[in-house]
Design a protein around this ligand. Structure first.
Ligand code: MG
Length: 158
């Protein structure tokens, strides 16, 4: 039985924060605000996987009121979700992600993001797609107020 899941996340830019996307520390004037490392790409991907598993979403699994997740490495949380998937009898077949950011340029980091996400999930890198786009200066992404990410996941049950 095949299942698909979809995930979406947004984090706002803030001064004095790291910019971590797909586990890659990207040099930029600002980073993303959040309780964890605010890796918006990893968060969207986790919600896609959890959605395909019809499980709790990441807000329920890793509440931002829990001090355990303060500054958390989102790749570790992603590993936890992939382990949970395996324990529940799901195989992660394919995932694809889109990150919308006006700046900085993300294309040079796409391959490293794919490798990090694949390693965290324990799947081949060919299984993981990561694309980046701007929004042509439109909306909150275009005004460089934050970064949005979407992900879809295809999993097999049983
Ligand atoms: Mg998030």
């Amino acid at each position: 039985m095949l299942h698909i899941g979809h995930g979406y996340d947004v984090h706002a830019f803030a001064e004095g924060r790291r910019l971590v996307l797909g586990g890659v520390d990207i040099p930029h004037t600002r980073g993303l605000d959040g309780h964890s490392d605010a890796d918006v790409l990893a968060h969207a991907l986790m919600d896609a996987l959890l959605g395909a598993m019809r499980a709790d979403d990441i807000g329920q699994l890793f509440p931002d009121t829990d001090p355990a997740y303060e500054g958390a490495d989102s790749l570790k949380l992603l590993s936890h979700v992939a382990t949970l998937a395996r324990e529940l009898g799901y195989t992660i077949l394919d995932v694809d992600c889109t990150v919308a950011a006006q700046a900085p340029k993300l294309a040079p980091h796409r391959q490293a993001m794919r490798e990090n996400l694949a390693r965290a999930m324990g799947v081949p890198v060919e299984t993981v797609g990561v694309k980046a786009t701007t929004t042509e200066h439109l909306g909150f992404v275009g005004r460089e107020e934050g970064i949005a990410a979407w992900a879809v996941a295809l999993v097999e049950e049983g």
